[in-house]
Write a protein that binds this ligand. Structure first.
Ligand code: PGA
Ligand code: ZN
Length: 398
């Protein structure tokens, strides 16, 4: 049973406040969770509660969410059986009473939810990844996932230098995880040199630790990334593939239904965006495209999936928001074929697991993803190993 719940304000990798929760069970076991935080958030995400008090942390404080943890949630949940964590999650959802967890804050609820599951696993003397694998996924094939790692950032993660948000690499030729990390590290340092040789400021790091240079075009990002791969003697297409997070919701203008590529001075329709992505897929070793179109552009997504679904993985991040309702819609409409999983988009352990199961049962890939604001909390890795999807998306200098 839960004996105490303690929330506190800590800082994340961007130096912004976030919530940490510690749960103590009567058995003496504890569980702890540090909540991640996004910057390029989608419309359909659960609500991260911030104080808005401009005299502290530019309004980004989370003392109100922490207060909800320590007062309202603690009062209700202390004494409950921690193993009944589904009941605990639904109790919090009910107490919150809103569709997007905006009253108590998804950051408060997520912190408690995952701290409880950590404590339960600890009480069972079972690492969290194994607990998740056995209890929820019947997963006997425990594997470290293949990482998808940010190298060049744009959009909201790098002061809108270019419009696309992430140029990532996937070390598909790696023999094992240490080898995958070695490849990623090599490409990273080679890219620094490539950027310097072109006269770019390679000391400008973006929110996920990748480079944030003021490039002239998106194509240049692809070219420089390829050069960095080849410089290490690696074969693009064989050892290393490229992945994109277009994050198109963030340059889509619903008023005119167009995609505004400001850095290239171009305004594209949904079909023209698809043409552009198809052209890049034809010319570059691209394996995966995330949010190639905006979160409300369902018609575009259907066409994108018809055109490119058989050639590249099409991930919905803002599109699905780790939300079972939206994933169902995606399956029905055949929009996208993979779901980016971010636990704080939905806000509880139970709903995160439900979203992953639904995606897996519908034949969609799942990619467990970091946020651009992270902490040293390793829950993400436990989840990625436990659910068995084989893929994790992370930054390069977390
Ligand atoms: P965010 O970005 O964590 O800032 O939302 C990550 C992404 O878009 O995948
Ligand atoms: Zn994304």
């Amino acid at each position: 049973r839960i004996k105490s719940i303690n929330g506190r304000e800590i800082l994340d990798s961007r130096g912004n406040p976030t919530v940490e929760v510690e749960v103590l069970l009567e058995s003496g076991d504890t569980g702890r969770m540090m909540v991640p935080s996004g910057a390029s958030t989608g419309k359909y995400e659960a609500w991260e509660l911030r104080d808005g008090d401009l005299s502290r942390f530019r309004g980004m404080g989370v003392l109100s969410a922490v207060k909800h943890v320590n007062e309202e949630l603690a009062a209700k949940l202390i004494g409950m059986d921690a193993e009944e964590h589904e009941a605990i999650d639904y109790t919090m959802i009910e107490m919150d009473g809103t569709a997007n967890k905006s009253r108590l804050g998804a950051n408060a609820i997520l912190g408690v939810s995952f701290a409880v599951i950590h404590a339960v696993a600890k009480a069972k003397k079972c690492p969290l990844y194994l607990y998740i694998a056995q209890k929820y996924f019947n997963n006997h094939n425990l594997e470290i996932p293949l990482p998808m790692v940010n190298m060049i950032s744009g959009g909201l993660h790098a002061g809108k230098n270019i419009d696309l948000q992430d140029f990532l690499i996937i070390p598909i030729g790696a023999m094992n995880f240490p080898h995958a990390l070695e490849i990623v590290s090599n490409v990273f340092w080679n890219l620094k040199q490539v950027l310097e040789e072109k006269g770019y400021q390679s000391s400008l790091f973006a929110d996920e630790g990748g480079f944030g240079p003021q490039l002239s075009s998106h194509r240049e990002a692809l070219e420089l990334l390829l050069q960095a791969v080849e410089m290490g003697g690696l074969l693009p297409g064989k050892d290393v593939m490229i992945a994109l997070d277009v994050a198109a919701s963030h340059f889509y203008h619903p008023e005119d239904g167009m995609y505004h590529l400001k850095s290239e001075n171009r305004i594209l329709s949904s079909l023209e965006m698809i043409d552009l992505l198809e052209k890049w897929v034809n010319e570059y070793p691209i394996l995966s495209i995330e949010d190639g179109l905006a979160e409300e552009d369902w018609e575009g997504w259907k066409e994108l999936t018809r055109r490119l679904g058989h050639r590249v993985q099409l991930i919905g991040d803002d599109l699905f928001a780790t939300n079972p309702q939206r994933i169902k819609m995606g399956v029905k409409e055949q929009a996208g074929d993979a779901v980016l999983i971010k636990m704080n988009q939905i806000g509880t352990f139970t709903e995160t697991i439900a979203a992953i199961k639904l995606a897996q049962q519908s034949g969609m890939n799942t990619i467990i993803s970091a946020r651009s604001g992270e902490t040293e909390d390793a829950t993400l890795s436990d989840l990625a190993v436990g659910v068995g999807g084989g893929q994790i998306k992370i930054g390069s200098r977390l």
